[in-house]
Design a protein around this ligand. Structure first.
Ligand SMILES: Cc1cc2nc3c(=O)[nH]c(=O)nc-3n(C[C@H](O)[C@H](O)[C@H](O)COP(=O)(O)OP(=O)(O)OC[C@H]3O[C@@H](n4cnc5c(N)ncnc54)[C@H](O)[C@@H]3O)c2cc1C
Length: 403
């Protein structure tokens, strides 16, 4: 009989198991993958953006803001910093408060967590997919393909369906709903967006620093600045990942989603108009497409000309009206969005276990005594920038401490 079984060896499960074992609990972690911490290993492009110096509740999302607020209370950056320092991980700060291991190697994080877990006496069993869970009077029976386990307390830290290639799975939801919990619908987030517009394919590989504005059914929703990367299927880049949560939810609601891309956010309309007008003064008869090459990526020019309906064919035929049309298109290039790249492309999932049914200070279920949750299985997701790991660490710590 084990004191605590943890399902999942991701960020939440590993930290919870260490905290619980350090407090004297006998802990077993069951992991379906052959290796622990697969998402940690690939995170932050292999560097692992472990947390963020600026933890504020508005960087986290879910249907129950009260849960988010309480669970993060006194569990900001410093708690995570102290924990990682205690296991020997030096940290370094990047842009926008992003925190990384000083080694800039995600594998360091996993190896130190694994070492610390084993040192604290945690038993980690890989290739052990949990196939069923039963709640008995005072215990849980946990079935895996390898055999059966019994425990007093159970922590579901089995993550979300995001990135199934790394172990993303729905299984935790199935176990929890069988025990009476309810689920807030999940949608892919921090995900690339698809478009059926044919011009996009022609622009694949073009990467610019721009501003993406999201509209749903013609109504402005949000905007994000950053990289825009045109691809075979649509559009990616950091600005797109950052607004994908809103797009994903709107698309699931069958709203018509459209991006309006400002390809030159650094220049106001006036400045861009003046830049273009000043360029006409030479009186050259250069074709417009060639003339625009001085300021725009070559592959984007036909799209701008098409969307602006610019009639002039030569530089010296451009008048103020035609310039205005060009400027409008450069700052509002329209791209209709048909879908997201789904959970396969997503870093995280929105929704999850309804947090109205979970104690935010202990992570224990309000419905099933001795059942705990931590990490992305819960209806909490964060912005890009270390916020998702942050929630996994702190909810795991709370659960580990309270079991
Ligand atoms: C490519 C990528 C890059 C990312 N980069 C960052 C980043 O830099 N910073 C950041 O903050 N966030 C990042 N994230 C998000 C972050 O990885 C997740 O939010 C975080 O891993 C969630 O931790 P978790 O422990 O809740 O779940 P997970 O890490 O998903 O762990 C759950 C574990 O449970 C296991 N499991 C599931 N079902 C079962 C079962 N039935 N039996 C046994 N085991 C099971 C899974 O195999 C998995 O190992 C990234 C995600 C991806 C996909």
């Amino acid at each position: 009989m084990t004191d605590l079984i943890v399902v999942g060896s991701g960020a939440a499960g590993l930290i919870a198991s260490i905290v619980a074992a350090r407090a004297g609990q006998n802990v077993t972690v069951l992991e379906q993958n052959a290796k622990i911490g697969k998402k940690i290993l690939v995170s932050g492009n292999g560097k692992c953006n472990i947390t963020n110096r600026y933890i504020t509740t508005n960087r986290f999302h879910g249907h129950n803001p009260d849960f988010i607020e309480k669970s993060l209370e006194n569990h900001g950056f410093q708690v995570v910093e102290t924990f990682f320092t205690s296991i020997g991980l030096a940290l370094v700060e990047g842009k926008e408060g992003k925190i990384f291991p000083l080694s800039l190697q995600a594998s360091t994080v996993v190896e130190l967590l694994e070492y610390e877990a084993k040192r604290a006496g945690v038993q980690i069993l890989c290739d052990s997919a949990v196939t069923s869970l039963t709640k008995n009077t005072d215990t849980f029976t946990v079935e895996t393909e390898q055999g059966s386990h019994t425990c007093h307390k159970l922590l579901l830290a089995s993550g979300s369906p995001a990135a199934p290639q790394l172990g993303g799975s729905n299984s935790g939801y199935a176990f929890a709903t069988k025990m009476g919990h309810t689920l807030i619908p999940r949608q892919p987030s921090l995900v690339q967006l698809c478009s059926e517009e044919s011009w996009v394919k022609g622009c694949r590989g073009v990467k610019i620093s721009g501003l993406a504005k999201l509209y749903a059914n013609g109504e402005y929703i949000t905007e994000k600045k950053g990289d825009l990367l045109f691809t075979d299927y649509g559009i990616s880049g950091l600005a797109i990942l950052d607004l994908s949560r809103e797009a994903s939810i709107r698309l699931a609601n069958f709203d018509y989603c459209e991006l309006r891309l400002d390809l030159m956010p650094a220049l106001s309309k006036e400045k861009l108009s003046n830049l273009l007008l000043n360029r006409i003064n030479s009186g050259s008869e250069k074709p417009i497409a060639l003339w625009l090459q001085g300021i725009l990526h070559k592959k984007l020019i036909p799209v701008i000309l098409e969307q602006s309906k610019c009639k002039a064919r030569e530089e010296n035929k451009l008048d103020r009206k035609e310039i205005n049309k060009l400027v409008h298109s450069i700052k509002n290039l329209k791209l209709s969005i048909s879908d997201t790249k789904g959970f396969e492309g997503a870093e995280v999932s929105t929704g999850g276990i309804n947090t109205e049914e979970v104690n935010p200070l202990t992570m224990e279920s309000d419905l099933v005594p001795n059942l705990y949750f931590a990490g992305e299985i819960l209806d909490v997701d964060g912005d890009r920038g270390g916020f998702n790991f942050h929630f996994a660490w702190v909810s795991g710590m709370r659960a580990g401490k309270n079991v």
